[in-house]
Design a protein around this ligand. Sequence first.
Ligand code: OOG
Ligand code: MG
Length: 257
Amino acid sequence: MADLRQIALDVWQHQQDGQAMPKITARYELSADEAYQVQALVMEEQLRRGDRLVGWKAGLTSAAKQKSMGVEEPIYGRLLASQELAVPELYLSGKVHPRVEPEIAFVLKKRLGGATVTPRDVWLATEYVVPAFEIIDSRYENFSFTLADVVADNASGCQFYTATQAYSPYFAPLDEIGVVVRKNGDVVQTGAAAAVLGHPVESIVTLVRMLDRVGAAIEPGMVVLTGGITEAVHLGAGDRIDLSFDRMGTIALAVRP
Ligand code: OOG
Ligand code: MG
């Protein structure tokens, strides 16, 4: 029987020092439920040290991401205050092998919970939507993991940024928002938000249902990342990444050593 607290401490340590670790599942048989318990235990440690839960992230919500990571179902992770970037600048020091992905974020004004949630409930609870990016950085060697591994490692969560300009959730059909990602001027990824479970709102529905199983909900004021629209882009020192969202502007990310 695996000691979930010990595993959580191990994961937390590697999240702190930016050193890659072998997969947990190479040593233990970890179920998905146990992996989510590990994720919660890591968060407890972070909260004890003064951090704050500010939202949730859905991950592996697009077929492209599921295929490239070899994990065929959506997962979720926690967003902490310490992960939020105030400006779109990433420092590589302390990271293992970070990548960036374009996402649409929702910010809620009402509590959203329960197993029977519908897209209508999500719209009613949404204050605004905003273009965002997530920096993922798996703590596992070679960015390689099983479902249980990646869940225990907070779904590879590392940092996130939401753009300055927010939008009404009704300003456009969100699934039709196209995205272009450029790296140092070259187009490296293109996609549309429909890649995220058909429509980003479905990502919130899926997330709320998963949270309901552990008695959790999205609280008012929280931010939710709905999942990468394209495959994640590798980052190196000096890179400049432009993430352009159709009708929602461009975020320019600067990568520093
Ligand atoms: C897992 C996290 C995926 C997303 O938006 O799909 C994720 C990973 O690919 O390491 O955050
Ligand atoms: Mg993501």
